[in-house]
Design a protein around this ligand. Structure first.
Ligand code: GLN
Length: 287
């Protein structure tokens, strides 16, 4: 290729190179936006500009990494969640859009149960990059938010995000609810690992080779974290209280049953995501 490609030529090259490697052709555009620190419109405005050699080399390297299977978000080091930019690296799961719906569903139920932006104690179990804890703190400033994770590296990433987004969070290292035991909580949210090990075969190499398995997989057909949450939470909740968890689309009935066994008096809902798949279980404990 000649030395001074225009942005247009580079994007054109990237889209055919990525297609040849079975990847999403649009990734080139996202990587270009990252390289120039701009958005879609910004790139369109520079589309006929020549790229300095260094920028072209960087671009080519990023596109090649993605062609080999590295997720775009780990290349740019960022992902958007609930309108904010979070830092991500291979210590944490890449935020998924479904999890934004967990936030929406939790806030709607919290408003009904407690009243808007009242003071309350909220814990995010298995915080990963910190998206749930940080978003809740910023959307519900009167919440006292605690976030736990078993991975020290993940907790470092979450702390970095909290500092950057100026969210005051109490981070605690440990397994599931262990770090929040001995206290009472009003809201518990979690998007724990929920993929069964036997589902590996159907998963893409982009996920399997890069995202932390600790954040993806769980024993007992993916249900272990929900079982352990359901067992430990009865001692840890105020009344009223709300529990909201993200689940695998086939786990609705099983997860609802686990929580119903621990909270026979609770109102338990299995809620679908925007794609019409069971994706969340909410438990309202209010008697
Ligand atoms: N809570 C984080 C998220 O929703 C991490 C989830 C996880 O690692 N299983 O992305």
């Amino acid at each position: 290729m000649k030395k001074h490609n225009t942005v247009f030529e580079a994007l054109h090259w990237a889209s055919s190179f990525l297609t040849e490697h079975g990847r999403d052709a649009n990734a080139g555009r996202i990587l270009m936006q990252h390289l120039y620190g701009t958005d879609y419109t910004g790139i369109t405005m520079r589309i006929h500009e020549e790229m300095p050699e260094q920028k072209w080399n960087e671009f080519r390297e990023m596109v090649e990494q993605h062609a080999k299977g590295k997720p775009v978000q780990y290349i740019t080091g960022t992902e958007e969640f609930y309108g904010r930019t979070f830092h991500v690296d291979e210590s944490v799961l890449i935020p998924r859009p479904e999890t934004e719906e967990l936030i929406v569903g939790a806030i709607a139920r919290m408003k009904k149960l407690f009243g808007e932006n009242v003071e309350l104690k909220l814990a995010d179990i298995g915080t990963g990059s910190g998206i749930i804890a940080i978003t809740m703190k910023l959307e519900w400033p009167h919440a006292k938010v605690t976030a736990t994770d078993i991975s020290e590296a993940a907790l470092e990433t979450a702390k970095r995000n909290a500092a950057h987004l100026q969210a005051d969070i109490d981070f605690r290292l440990g397994d599931l609810t262990e770090p929040i035991a001995g206290e009472k909580w009003d809201v518990i949210l979690s998007n724990p690992p929920y993929i069964a090990y036997h589902e590996r075969e159907e998963m893409s190499d982009v996920v399997l080779e890069h995202e932390p398995h600790l954040a993806l997989f769980a024993e007992e057909d993916g249900l272990q974290c929900y079982r352990r949450l359901a067992e430990s939470l009865p001692n840890l909740l105020n009344q009223p209280a709300l529990i909201g968890v993200e689940i695998g689309y086939q786990q609705g009935e099983a997860v609802a049953k686990l929580f119903q066994a621990s909270f026979p008096q609770a109102e338990i809902e299995i809620v679908k995501d925007i794609n019409g798949k069971n994706r969340f279980v909410f438990c309202i404990i209010d008697v």
